[in-house]
Design a protein around this ligand. Structure first.
Ligand code: NAD
Ligand code: MG
Length: 328
């Protein structure tokens, strides 16, 4: 697999481009600021008075309604929430000029057939593999979050070059840019956040915490053990994989890891992961999520409240209040 870096970029693909960033949340703000710092003429499309309007104004962005922002734009970055993208795109579509590129940071709506970009425009993906605040912070520090790029529709014959030039402008080539497809990005991204990163990691923490507390240990001790310390391990993995983690943990921890880890995350867990992946691949998850939104998010809100009411949250708030450095 080829990893693209600065030397592979054809900056002429987006030279002098006018960019419309629609949405100014986690990704939108980071992309808009990085693109502006890279010399692009950026306008931001938002609902007047929406919750990030003031923030964009503070950052000195030129603001207008999404349908106006796309007029004359050469690159349109669709960075409103996935579920809001279809109506926002459809309302703006008539104003998008031929030869422009419409870009996504996640392939959901293209892969699951919700948005059909009109003929004559490029449809590309530039997906940073990290949250927006990191995309901005690393860019400012001269680093960059790695990005995936893909092309779904190539009207100009330059779609791929545009994607790479865009990834470069937000810092992606510093960390490395990989080429993928909308299908691969969408399915792996959904699986990752469900099974490992968000869903898997939080459930692992909660089940570990509950096991210790139910066995009579102090909740504060269980919190430090199962939640607080996870960061140290994750940082080691992030910096140097399994080898670096093993370098820094005790011999006893290593033996416990090797003998007990596979018993906890066992073949049953892997079978469940495969089931979760199947539901991503066959569209079951996407249909369910779209339907839940149409119904006004009743199940989502109920489960979110349940998560936030877990006793670990109360214990965590108390302990974190003593560590002011965590708050920044
Ligand atoms: P977000 O929820 O942080 O921000 C959404 C922005 O869109 C806000 O500014 C909001 O005010 C605005 N908005 C919402 N509805 C709107 C509407 N109808 N019209 C105009 N503006 C509207 O979103 P996000 O997490 O940055 O996600 C944007 C895209 O980036 C999604 O496709 C997501 O999958 C992708 N992505 C997100 C992350 C992440 O870390 N958050 C990482 C990679 C990819
Ligand atoms: Mg959870």
């Amino acid at each position: 697999m080829q990893i693209y870096t600065e030397k592979d970029v054809d900056v002429s693909a987006l030279e002098g481009a006018r960019v419309a960033v629609l949405g100014y949340g986690s990704q939108g703000r980071a992309h808009a600021l990085n693109l502006r710092d890279s010399g692009f003429d950026v306008v931001v499309g938002l609902r007047q008075g929406g919750k990030s309007w003031a923030k964009a104004e503070q950052d000195g962005m030129t603001l207008m309604a999404p349908s106006d922002a796309v007029k004359d734009a050469d690159l349109i970055c669709l960075l409103v929430p996935d579920i809001a993208q279809k109506p926002v795109y459809e309302a703006a579509e008539a104003n998008i000029k031929p030869g422009a590129a419409v870009s996504f940071a996640h392939g959901f709506n293209i892969h699951f057939d919700q948005i059909h970009p009109k003929e004559g425009v490029d449809c590309i993906l530039v997906a940073p593999k990290g949250p927006g605040d990191l995309v901005r912070r690393q860019f400012e520090e001269g680093r960059g979050v790695p990005c995936l790029i893909a092309v779904a529709q190539d009207a100009s014959g330059k779609a791929r070059d545009k994607a790479l030039a865009y990834a470069h402008a937000i810092g992606g080539t510093r960390g490395g840019v990989l080429e993928t497809t909308f299908a691969e990005e969408t399915e792996t991204d959904l699986f990752g956040e469900q099974a490992v990163l968000c869903g898997g990691a939080t459930e692992l923490v909660l089940k570990g915490y509950e096991t210790l507390v139910e066995a009579g240990y102090q909740p504060e001790v269980a919190y430090f053990e199962c939640l607080h310390e996870l960061k140290l391990i994750v940082d080691l993995l992030n910096e140097g994989g399994l080898a670096k983690m093993h370098e820094f943990i005790s011999e006893t921890a290593k033996y416990g890891d090797l003998t007990r880890g596979p018993r906890v995350i066992d073949d049953h867990v892997k079978a469940s992961m495969k089931q979760v992946l199947t539901e991503v691949q066959d569209g079951t998850f996407a249909r369910q999520w779209i339907e839940e939104n149409k119904n006004g998010l009743p199940e989502y809100n109920r489960m979110m409240q349940e998560d936030l009411d877990h006793p670990i949250e109360e214990v965590g708030r108390k302990l974190r209040a003593r560590m002011s450095w965590l708050q920044k």
